[in-house]
Design a protein around this ligand. Structure first.
Ligand code: ZN
Length: 258
C-alpha cells in the first residue's frame, strides 16, 4: 500500500518575540500549531505521517521537536537545527545520534549574507552530516540558486532537499533566473525538491526530485511551483521515488523511503 507523507510541516507556540518574521500578510498563522490539530488533518486526508521541520535555530527547539516526535508516532522524522559553523558541531550531533527521528538539519540561509552557503566554516559543518546520515535542507530565495549549485557540487554524496523550490517569484512572474537555477540544480542526482500546495491552482508534479521537474516544458512558467504539499508525493496519491529522509516506517529504518 502506498504511504502518503507530508514531507514538510512546522509546529510552534506562537509569540511575537520569537516569530516576528510572521508579518501582516501571514497574520492567519499567528497562532499555535501543535500535533493534535495536524494529526486529525492528516487522518482526514489519508496521510500516514509527517516530517517536522525547524523554525527557530536553537538547540532547545531541536530537542523540543524531537520530544514531540517521540510522543507522536505520526511524526516520522525531524529536520532540526544545529550550528553548522560551530567547532562543537560533531559533539552536538553525537548528542542526538541515538535518536532515529532526527533525519536532517536546516539553517535559515535565506536570511544570511548571499555567499553564506560557501563560507568555509559552514562547508566544514555540511561535510560532517553524511557521517550521521542526515539530509541538509536548503532554504533560500531564487537569487541564491546559482550559489546553491556551486554549494551542492562540493558534496556529491550528501543528500539535499531544496525547500519551497527556492520560493519562485510568482508575483513578479520573472521566471528566467529561477528556471535557469532550477535546471542547474536538476543536474545533481542527490538534490530533491520540496514544493508547496497551492490549492488546485497547478496540476500535480509528475515525478519527485529536482531532476524530474524539467521533464515538464519550462514555458509553462510556474505550473510546477505549487504542487502537492510535500512535493515528494503525487497529488494522485502515489509516493514518487520515496523521501530523501531516512525515516523509520514501523520499527525498521526503511531504505525505500530515502
Ligand atoms: Zn516550511
Amino acid at each position: 500500500m502506498a504511504m502518503h507523507i507530508d514531507a514538510h510541516q512546522h509546529f510552534w507556540i506562537y509569540n511575537q518575540r520569537e516569530y516576528g518574521w510572521i508579518d501582516e500578510p501571514m497574520a492567519s498563522i499567528r497562532r499555535d500549531f501543535l500535533p493534535a490539530e495536524l494529526k486529525s488533518q492528516l487522518e482526514k486526508n489519508g496521510f500516514h505521517g509527517s516530517v517536522l521541520v525547524q523554525v527557530r535555530q536553537t538547540l532547545d527547539e531541536t530537542r523540543w521537536l524531537l520530544e514531540l516526535a517521540e510522543n507522536n508516532p505520526f511524526i516520522l522524522g525531524v529536520v532540526g537545527w544545529a550550528d553548522l559553523r560551530s567547532p562543537r558541531l560533531r559533539a552536538e550531533l553525537e548528542s542526538f545520534a541515538g535518536n532515529p527521528k532526527l533525519v536532517g538539519i536546516r539553517h535559515i540561509v535565506q536570511s544570511e549574507p548571499d555567499d553564506f552557503l560557501l563560507q568555509p566554516d559552514f562547508l566544514r559543518g555540511i561535510s560532517i552530516l553524511e557521517e550521521f546520515d542526515l539530509v541538509y535542507d536548503i532554504l533560500i530565495y531564487t537569487k541564491h540558486l546559482p550559489i546553491a549549485a556551486e554549494f551542492v557540487r562540493r558534496f556529491p554524496r550528501q543528500r539535499f532537499v531544496l525547500d519551497h523550490l527556492a520560493k519562485p517569484p510568482i508575483k513578479s512572474g520573472s521566471v528566467d533566473l529561477w528556471a535557469r537555477g532550477m535546471r542547474e540544480l536538476a543536474s545533481f542526482p542527490n538534490v530533491y525538491a520540496m514544493a508547496d500546495l497551492e490549492a488546485g491552482r497547478y496540476p500535480a508534479l509528475p515525478r519527485c526530485g529536482v531532476r524530474m521537474l524539467w521533464a515538464q516544458p519550462v514555458d509553462d512558467r510556474f505550473r510546477l511551483a505549487g504542487v502537492h504539499r510535500g512535493g515528494f508525493v503525487h497529488a494522485g496519491g502515489e509516493p514518487c521515488g520515496g523521501l530523501p529522509y531516512s525515516v523509520r516506517n514501523g520499527g525498521t529504518r526503511s531504505g525505500s523511503w530515502r
